[in-house]
Design a protein around this ligand. Structure first.
Ligand code: AHR
Length: 503
């Protein structure tokens, strides 16, 4: 017996326009993300700036739109001036966040150059841990002012005549977390974020700012932190950040697959707080959400504890993702799309080697992890308008999370191509799911493609030796009658169903 679920495809069930920045990612000075990841002079594929072109090819295919940098926890102790100017004069510093040695051979200029090659926009974070408004306003001037001032002329002297035009900036990182260098109370953070935001925008009024929300939903100060931070900064900021990572530490796969339900609740709560602050302040603008760290993260925790401190680019946070992780990432992507009206920015954390879809061997090859594929599909096909599918699905119960539907699904309508794409996960490890759809708003649309990611072993992984153990495949399609949809989502699978209009 299969599970039966239904959806309704209606043009009126529009959630919102999908901001392309929903398909962002993250490169932190952490482990081998930078050194041995995106940058490795001397590697057989390195270009004239030392960037690995094998990695660039994999990043470009992902169609990543923005990349957050340079942290993460790292930014809270970072002096950006260390990473500019002649490389031979750049200092090596102790990075207290990851207990590593930072050689500063890549800094903001190199990163922007790498972004251009990757086809992505940079999203910069400023240090509000050990520094504040002064360093932040100078960094904006260095990056975005055309010239004729001390900091912009320094950039020009460093070989970058044109301003970088960085539009999106984070006001620190996870400032509520005791693990953060220079962690703050909500009041302390709200004040410094406000003053920093003001001077950054005075230097460049075209920039957009993200204020730090809580580090995750379970932080004891969640809610009050957002209220306080926004009370101080509402007038000056555009987005508030959310972060979340999930793991299957106790081997409870049904619960792990249901974690995105909590992500959904997290988003809904932060939206309510943003709207409440707007109403209380009699404000005109909506504060949107920047989910600028999200992923699965737990496989590497044990190994990381054994690393010797103060190495350059140690192998930290090198999670090797399995098939079930890809399903969780798929559910999280669907959840972001279901909130496309308010979540305008999201960053899969991270991009290369560090809890990443792309892995490399320093001096060797590169490969795609299992989680690469749901992101690849959503980023390339999930553009345009997000549609609520009004899914009706049986649920299973989890004592911690509550009811979890077997079907997780969302639709996207790409008006340029008149194509409708359904992203769907069947969470059942045992049963296929028969999906019936009413095509009432899309009469004449027929299934053109059904791509699936599935594997009999939830713990199957890709490795350099076996890079294609978990890869998507095409399922045979029955185009349908143009009035209704009948498809089977195999047990435990990520599905991308493409419908196009045909007479
Ligand atoms: O992405 C890894 C780390 O997770 C980031 O540095 C930090 O912001 C979060 O705690």
């Amino acid at each position: 017996m299969s599970i039966q679920a239904t959806i309704t495809l209606d043009r009126d069930s529009r959630i919102g326009e999908i901001d392309p920045r929903l398909y962002g990612s993250f490169i932190e000075h952490l482990g081998r993300a930078v050194y041995g990841g995106i940058y490795e002079p001397g590697h057989p594929t390195a270009d004239d700036e030392g960037f690995r072109t094998d990695v660039l090819d994999l990043v470009r295919a992902l169609n990543v739109t923005i990349v957050r940098y340079p942290g993460g926890n790292f930014v809270s102790g970072y002096d950006w001036e260390d990473g500019v100017g002649p490389r031979s004069a750049r200092p090596s510093r102790l990075d207290l966040a990851w207990r590593s040695l930072e050689p500063n051979q890549v800094g903001v200029n190199e990163f922007v150059s790498w972004c251009r090659k990757a086809g992505a926009e940079p999203m910069m974070a400023v240090n509000l841990g050990t520094r504040g408004p002064d360093a932040a306003r100078r960094l904006v001037e260095y990056c975005n002012h055309s010239g004729g001032s001390a900091w912009s002329d320094q950039r020009r002297a460093h070989g970058y005549a044109a301003p970088h035009g960085i539009k999106l900036w984070c006001l620190g990182n996870e400032m509520d977390g005791p693990w953060q260098i220079g962690a703050k109370t909500a009041e302390e953070y709200g004040r410094v974020a406000c003053e920093t935001a003001k001077v950054m925008k005075w230097v460049d009024p075209t920039i957009e700012l993200v204020v730090c929300g809580s580090s995750h939903l379970a932080m004891p100060t969640f809610g009050q932190w957002e209220i306080t931070a926004l009370n101080h900064t509402y007038e000056h900021v555009d987005y508030i950040s959310l972060h979340t990572y999930y793991g299957n530490r106790d081997g409870n796969t049904p619960r792990f697959l249901g974690r995105s339900v909590q992500m959904d609740q997290f988003i809904a709560k932060v939206v309510r707080i943003c709207d409440d602050i707007k109403a209380r302040k009699g404000g005109k603008k909506d504060i949107h959400l920047s989910f600028d760290e999200w992923n699965v993260w737990y496989h590497s925790n044990e190994a990381d504890r054994k690393q010797e401190p103060w190495q350059v680019a140690p192998p930290l946070l090198e999670d090797i993702y399995n098939f079930e992780d890809a399903l969780v990432v798929g559910c999280m992507l669907i959840t972001l799309l279901k909130h496309a009206d308010r979540v305008k920015i999201a960053c899969l954390a991270q991009l290369v080697n560090v809890i990443a879809p792309i892995m490399t061997v320093t001096g060797g090859g590169a490969w795609r992890q299992t989680i690469y594929y749901p992101f690849l599909h959503a980023s390339n096909l999930g553009r345009g308008t997000a549609l609520d599918l009004r899914a009706q699905s049986p649920v299973y119960d989890d004592p911690e999370i509550g009811p979890i539907p077997y079907l997780e699904a969302v639709g996207t309508l790409d008006p340029a191509q008149e194509a409708l794409t359904l992203f769907a996960v069947n969470r059942s490890p045992e049963q296929d799911l028969t999906l019936t759809g009413d095509l009432r708003g899309f009469a004449g649309y027929r299934v053109a493609q059904h791509t699936v990611l599935r594997h009999d072993d939830p713990h199957a992984t890709n490795t350099l030796a076996h890079p294609n153990a978990v890869t998507p495949s095409a399922l045979p399609v029955a185009p349908g009658d143009g009035k209704s949809l009948h498809i089977t989502l195999p047990r435990f699978s990520w599905n991308v169903v493409r419908l196009v209009k045909s007479s």
